[in-house]
Write a protein that binds this ligand. Structure first.
Ligand code: MV4
Length: 449
């Protein structure tokens, strides 16, 4: 096992990785920008190295600075967390070239899945169900019109280098197709430097259901069930839960086995997430994320498995600690993402935390790097805490969530706690009846009074 791991991230996820390392007897190296000198992960790590100024481009995305830090500290491995360099295939390759272990998938798998057209091609080969659409990129209006008339309008044009909804357009009819494809290509070129686009049938009210998968890199693979992440605002997840209120155990087992076999065939190593849209009882693969996700704790709650520990184990060449048969899905977990934002306008609200009290008690978990007196810097993502509750069933989890949100005190910056408090009182949410469209509609109604 590794003696020392460098954590190439900040905030709650740097702390999450540090905790897993510590529990495995591994020493940790924190890297940080000048704005994060007083951060919790820096305080707790065995060593800390400043890698640059506040701007993420010059610090948490600064590959030479991070590699230098790893060499100076003689770290055996690097854990990238999520975001930043976690899905940068080139970084993963550079790490490996320096004889440092990359705690993540094979760089080739990261690269393949980063290209959405390539990812769909791979998914099709692996037998995953796809949204009907173009077979690869569309290269002319004639071809696009042909595909669209075969699958029927409305269709969706998506950027091959996209993700997070950027460079995506709904095309209602043939007349508007050429103009909208041109727009999508221009946006994709500007955002990603790649104007490759493809077409899919537009699903109007799906749920976003993703499966957690894990591979040992040698053909051993498990699935850890699904998370329902339909509640999003502008492609930012707000609340996630496991299991999905829309699935039963039979559907989960069936779909889980399909994704497990796909991951095994790929000889995938480490943690991954297969994203699907789910509509009218059918699954459609859209993307695969080759990293640990923000919402991984809901999976940890319903399976009892430490996902970061598993990542570290397989990176060190050890087998997964569980077989598929040993994985039991029990109870229900819900995560609320708490952001330092105005709960009405969502504008960022950085600044000094004058009072901090995290809820506790049975089955309540708070992943946060906040502390009393901490100054939330304005340079990074506004996620400041994740509240994860577990219960025997969805109703128990909801009752516990209500109680935990009530106990949570974060004074100073504005937070989205009140938003979550209102959201979980909505009868449709309580019934679990929501699609990817639901939250934005709910917010619009609320804003209108
Ligand atoms: C779709 C879709 C409807 N039909 N694909 C948005 C980001 C990217 N990950 C995929 N996305 C979507 N793809 C087809 N064929 C609707 C979305 C979508 C969405 C998906 C998941 C969660 C929230 C969403 C919000 C708007 C649109």
């Amino acid at each position: 096992m590794f003696g020392k791991v460098l954590i190439a991230n900040r905030g709650e996820i740097a702390l999450r990785v540090h905790r897993a390392c510590r529990e495995m007897g591994i020493r940790t190296v924190a890297v940080h920008s000048t704005a994060d000198a007083d951060a919790m992960h820096v305080r707790l790590a065995d060593e800390a190295i400043c890698i640059g100024p506040p701007s993420a481009t010059d610090s948490y995305l600064n590959i030479p600075a991070i590699i230098s830090a790893a060499e100076i500290a003689q770290a055996d491995a690097i854990h990238p967390g999520y975001g930043f360099l976690s899905e940068n295939a080139r970084f993963a390759e550079i790490v490996e070239k320096h004889k440092i272990v990359w705690i993540g998938p094979d760089p080739e798998h990261i690269r393949k899945m980063g290209d959405k057209v390539e990812a769909k091609r791979t998914a099709a080969m692996l037998g995953l169900p796809l949204v009907p659409g173009s077979d690869g990129p569309v290269t002319s209006n004639e071809e696009a019109l042909q595909v669209a008339s075969e699958i029927g309008y409305p269709v969706l044009v998506k950027a091959a280098s996209g993700g997070g909804g950027r460079g995506m357009k709904v095309i209602p009819d043939a007349a508007s197709l050429p103009g909208l494809i041109a727009q999508a290509k221009a946006e994709a070129k500007a955002a990603f430097g790649d104007d490759t686009v493809y077409i899919e049938k537009y699903l109007s009210e799906p749920r976003h259901i993703e499966f957690q998968v894990f591979g040992d890199g040698k053909g051993g693979a498990v699935h850890m069930g699904e998370r329902d992440c339909s509640l999003q605002r502008r492609h930012q997840k707000v609340l996630e839960e496991a299991p999905s209120p829309a699935l039963n155990a039979e559907t989960r087992a069936e779909m889980g086995e399909i994704v497990r076999q796909a991951v095994a065939k790929l000889k995938y190593r480490g943690a991954g997430t297969m994203e699907f849209l789910y509509e009218d009882g059918k699954f459609y693969f859209i993307e695969m994320n080759t990293r640990l996700q923000v919402e991984h704790p809901v999976t940890e709650a319903v399976t009892g498995i430490d996902l970061v520990r598993e990542q570290i184990r397989v990176a060190a060449g050890l087998p997964l600690s569980v077989t598929q048969e040993q994985i039991r899905f029990e109870g229900h977990a819900i995560e609320c993402r708490i952001n330092a934002e105005d709960p009405a306008t969502f504008s960022p609200s950085p600044g000094r935390v004058t009072d901090f009290h995290a809820p506790g008690g049975l089955h309540v978990r708070v992943d946060s790097a906040l502390y009393d007196g901490y100054r939330i810097p304005p340079y990074y993502d506004s996620l400041i805490a994740k509240l994860i509750v577990y219960g025997a069933n969805r109703n128990d989890a909801l009752m516990r969530l209500r109680r935990a949100l009530e106990e949570f005190v974060i004074h100073g910056p504005k937070t989205t706690i009140p938003l979550h408090q209102a959201l979980i009182e909505d009868p449709e949410f309580i019934d679990g009846e929501y699609s990817i469209k639901w939250l934005e509609r709910w917010l619009a109604k609320r804003a209108a009074g």
